[in-house]
Design a protein around this ligand. Structure first.
Ligand SMILES: [Zn+2]
Length: 144
């Protein structure tokens, strides 16, 4: 971390304070000009990797999940809660304690969470994210 005043890359930490469990604020003093500045460090709290049907791997993205939930809840009473719901789903996925999760896992957990809140949103998500082809599939899903 370079000094914001003179660009010197050497600094010492004069104070550290935990903000939340995952974040720390450090007060630094530049060894070049002696001025002080503050840096924030945040731990990477989401190391999950998603594997899709083609076995491609990509980092889990909450934004992407929130977007798909937003789409599924668009015409429902919970349309304004897509981010909250995505966070709930992410939390459940983290609880699985798997470094790698499949898109199938995500869909399964998302459907469970959505079903608690709004059956219609759940059904929309189901038709978007599974290979549902006809009413029989939907009926089977509803009766599972
Ligand atoms: Zn400096």
């Amino acid at each position: 971390m370079k000094c914001i005043f003179c660009g010197n890359s050497e600094s010492k930490v004069v104070d550290s304070r935990y903000l939340k469990d995952t974040s720390i604020r450090r007060r630094r003093e530049c060894l070049g000009c002696g001025k002080r500045f503050t840096t924030y460090e945040t731990a990477e709290t989401n190391p999950m990797v998603v594997t899709n049907v083609d076995n491609m791997r990509e980092p889990f993205k909450l934004d992407k999940l929130a977007e798909s939930i937003k789409y599924a809840t668009y015409c429902t009473n919970i349309a304004d809660q897509s981010t909250t719901l995505a966070c709930k789903i992410e939390k459940k996925l983290l609880e699985l304690q798997q470094q790698e999760i499949s898109t199938r896992d995500i869909v399964r957990v998302a459907l469970d969470v959505l079903l608690e809140f709004d059956a219609m949103a759940c059904l929309v998500y189901y038709t978007q994210h599974t290979e549902c082809e006809n009413f029989d599939d939907i009926r089977r899903f509803i009766n599972r």
